[in-house]
Design a protein around this ligand. Sequence first.
Ligand SMILES: [Zn+2]
Length: 344
Amino acid sequence: MRRMALTLDEARAFHDEICVLDLHADTAKLMDKLGYDLAARHERPMPTMANVFGHVDLPRMRDGGVAGQFFSFWTAPIPERGCTRSVTKQLDALDVAMQKHPSELGWTRTGADVRAAKAAGKISALGGIEGGQALEGQLETIEAFSRRGVRYLGLLHFSKNAIGRPAKGRGMDASEGLTAFGRDVVRECERTGVIVDLAHINRRGFMDALELATLPAMVSHTGVLGVHEHWRNIDDEQIRAVANNGGCIGIIFSRRYLGSASIESVVDHIKHVIDVAGEDVPALGSDFDGFVVPPVGLEDIAAMPNLTVALSRRGIGNRVLEKILGGNVLRVLDAVPAWGKLAA
Ligand SMILES: [Zn+2]
């Protein structure tokens, strides 16, 4: 018997029961550069093309029934010098917010941490880095970032770095995969409990990293080519490679990469991942505050239950919904031990 689709109220109640997690938001940069107050409620953006940031704060995360957010620390790669410091400043900005609001926000690293924070009424912050230029070519930086709360490293962003080549941007070259340093970075991530994030890397490097990986990886924010033709999106073979590796794929909330301004397009991309590789792979990777324009109905993080309703209306039941909304991410967090081989 087919279940009735969830109502908005039922979706909210469902979020209360489970752990909803998002894999990618650039909010820490706003906190560092603009003094954006994560604890203050900001007005909900209008569904226009000018809605490119101001998507995330703690009150609206609570409204959206979101248990945790990966804050992704991005850097301007030219010059590379200063990128390590830029990530450190974004980590500092989150530390300051936690010191001011210790009962509201805390670092988490594991599935158990996220569940405990939720039970205590706290929102989980998890750290991620977007672009390996943040290492400035120094392998030991990975351990230092891991100790500060970083749980994933996006190897590439929009330009070539010491690790490899971007899917698009300065120094793109489809024939080049991971460099020798890039291979060392993947190994060092696994040693230090940092998940490898394959968003933005070119296809060759993507496959190289998965071939080398002994632990699950992720794609923190992407669309899929099977739904929309765009250089930023990944193909079915890449989706299957992530599935075989035990990883997960966060679907982005960007009109450009989804190919539509409709919330239904997010459902289309998620369903495609399920069709190609199964229900253990899809996750959410909004890219909020990353200069993306989200679809109508997903204007900010408070709107997350609308997506749950849309998924439910397309026939996805609660057991699979729980995986998409956060369960698959929790599984990867548990499969890649926090601290890796470091003593905690
Ligand atoms: Zn990105």
